[in-house]
Write a protein that binds this ligand. Structure first.
Ligand code: DGJ
Length: 540
């Protein structure tokens, strides 16, 4: 059974008993609704060297009539994924999809007496003209109907996917309330005026010293009260309301997750529409969703959720990665722009269990991401081993400047530089080497072709694997120690079945200079060794 497990320094995804690095892409929302539409896409995804496809399952399409289930699309996708050597992560598009309830079946939408909806305090605003179009998280009948359908899906997988083509499930999609801190149905109002549940208070008191700072700040405003109404404990404004909304969304999803896990206990996560900038208040982004600042409330309300995942479209990916790779939450982002340097950074610096680009069905087979996924997947066992052993590091993607990282007894000084791509094959496709942006297609390039980044693995004493581009690296000894190491034996190559397969031995024009290396503008996979020079004299 796929599961998450701590291995040394990292929490890892285990598939078939081995650590598994998720190299994924998420389909556009409607693609998986048609088996025929998907037919030409599967081979492209395999050619892009994904190992995992993230695909929606739609509640309205699997349960068009109450109690009548149609899993034909799921079955077709299972078959196709297997035929193309891919795993699946399924998205349960049900009560909540980007804060709304578009994907609930028509028999739920029609019956507003049985399935009541979230209410707004006032009329729709110009900023949110649609108002709220979402089931109420206080509606038990909604929750139970969703949980029942989800249980049926997981039951179906238990019976029809014994080989675990499906390795993980995302439950719902980007929950929360837009345009307000909370909703105002009668049930929501009653809960708001009632006491904060003891279970939440107990959790917060138990973990008081380790809570996200933003939550601590909200709780501190009224002096860390441990009893009272929501407004008394957390304050009446949108910040207090956000805690309230997070708790009740977590409780709702917790019931859905529990029903599914009874059938098949795959890892399950929720994804967040994250805070886009520091000026946003709850409601500007979905209030109550699993944003980093609410992670503790979600943990308390839904302990069976295995991980919290950000959807990262903003430029400051590092800030988001940092906020999610905390307190035992393994980093995984199901949606992002296909920017390889960011993925390398997540894997090498934050021990990410996986990475994923949104709208993967748009990507050309010759997109640079394909080549990088290919190299990462070949090196996956080395990478996951290095994550658990703490022998991995990364150079953050940037276009200029310097940085430094310590690994394997060396201070590796980095200069971001577009290096002359001599003796390299030109990049495939219409972009020439050196000018090829990391990202083409629909989404704007974050930076140009001069962006440098690298993954570094210290495989043995004085031996490093390097995957990256556009950098100058100097392997120096830490201050106070003689700089008496010199590089030798620089090889380009790749991995096969976890073993290094060398290509050219690089020397002369392409070789190292004492302790220095220049990574060219095309992505490379290199192995380098250093030896210690015996005798007097500094290498400078
Ligand atoms: C975020 C959502 O979670 C996805 O399902 C999709 O709608 C994207 N936004 C669109 O960019």
């Amino acid at each position: 059974m796929p599961h998450l497990q701590r291995n040394g320094a990292a929490i890892q995804m285990m598939v078939n008993g081995r650590p598994y690095l998720i190299l994924a892409g998420e389909l556009h929302n409607s693609s998986a609704s048609s088996v025929a539409y998907m037919r030409p896409i599967w081979p492209r995804l395999e050619a892009l060297h994904l190992n995992t496809v993230i695909a929606p399952v739609y509640w309205d399409l699997i349960e068009p009539q109450e109690g009548h289930f149609d899993f034909s699309r799921v079955d077709a996708h299972l078959r196709a994924a297997r035929a193309h050597h891919l795993h699946l992560i399924l998205l349960w598009f049900a009560s909540y999809k980007n804060t709304s309830s578009d994907y609930v079946p028509i028999w739920v939408k029609r019956d507003k007496r049985r399935f009541f909806w979230a209410a707004q305090k006032a009329s729709p605003t110009p900023a949110h003209p649609r108002g709220l179009y979402a089931l109420s998280a206080f509606c038990r009948a909604c929750r139970d109907a969703d949980a029942n359908a989800f249980r049926m899906l997981m039951h179906h997988l238990r019976k029809n996917d014994p080989q675990h083509t499906v390795i993980m499930i995302q439950v719902e999609n980007e929950m929360g309330i837009l345009g307000a801190g909370r909703e105002y149905s009668a049930a929501a109002n009653a809960a708001w005026n009632g006491p904060v549940p003891a279970a939440l208070m107990k959790y917060l008191q138990l973990h008081r010293d380790h809570l996200r700072p933003a939550l601590t700040a909200v709780w501190a405003r009224n002096g860390y009260r441990t009893t009272g109404t929501w407004a008394q404990v957390f304050g009446p404004d949108v910040y207090g309301q956000e805690v309230f909304s997070a708790w009740y969304f977590a409780r709702y999803v917790s019931a859905v997750v529990a029903a599914g896990k009874q059938e098949l206990a795959l890892p399950m996560y929720v994804n967040a529409w994250i805070v886009q900038n520091s000026h946003q208040r709850p409601g500007d982004y979905p209030s109550g969703g699993p944003v980093a600042r609410m992670m503790d409330v979600w943990r308390a309300g839904a302990p069976s959720i295995d991980l919290f995942a950000p959807d990262v479209y903003i430029n400051n990916v590092d800030g988001t990665f940092r906020k999610y790779a905390v307190s035992g939450n393994p980093l995984f982002f199901p949606e992002s722009r296909p920017i390889p340097g960011n993925y390398i950074w997540a894997i090498g610096h934050y021990n990410a269990i996986g990475v994923s680009a949104f709208g993967i069905d748009d990507l050309h087979v010759d997109n640079p991401l394909g080549k990088i996924y290919q190299q990462l997947s070949r090196a996956a066992s080395l990478i996951t081993h290095a994550q658990s052993a703490g022998t991995i590091a990364a150079i953050e993607p940037r276009g200029s400047g310097t940085t430094q990282v310590r690994l394997g007894g060396f201070d590796i000084h980095v200069t971001y530089a577009a290096v002359h791509a001599s003796n390299l094959l030109p990049a495939q496709g219409k972009h020439a080497a050196g000018t090829a942006p990391d990202v083409v297609l629909r989404q704007k390039a974050l930076r140009g072709g001069a962006t440098g980044y690298a993954l570094l693995i210290n495989s043995h004493p004085n031996e490093f694997y390097i995957m990256g581009k556009n950098l100058k690296l100097s392997f120096d000894r830490p201050p106070g120690q003689p700089d008496d190491y010199v590089m030798y034996d620089l090889e380009e190559g790749t991995f096969k079945d976890g073993k290094w397969v060398p290509g050219r031995h690089l020397d002369g024009d392409e070789g190292p200079r004492l302790r220095r290396l220049a990574l060219p503008s095309g992505f490379i996979v290199w192995r380098v060794r250093l030896y210690r020079q015996i005798g007097p004299g500094s290498l400078g």
